[in-house]
Design a protein around this ligand. Sequence first.
Ligand SMILES: [Zn+2]
Length: 90
Amino acid sequence: MCKVLYIGRSKRCLQDRLAENKYAIRVGNEDYPMARHYKSLHHGDAAAIQAMGIVHVPASIRKGDRLKQLNQRECFWIYKLQTTKYPGCN
Ligand SMILES: [Zn+2]
């Protein structure tokens, strides 16, 4: 079982973000870190991919403030879970 972690923020809902990553994996779009990982280690098969939300930043927050909060939360969790190095994928 693969234990690689990837942290990614999204302005959209988690399902849409996950679908985008799965599509990138399927077509081998290496602009996406997850696609690079799945291509090199899982033969492009995203069947085992799992995702969960960590933080929800309400859409009711003013647009610029929300993006700032999303970026701050993303950075926080990337460093908290140390996903810039293995087994991280950021
Ligand atoms: Zn993997």
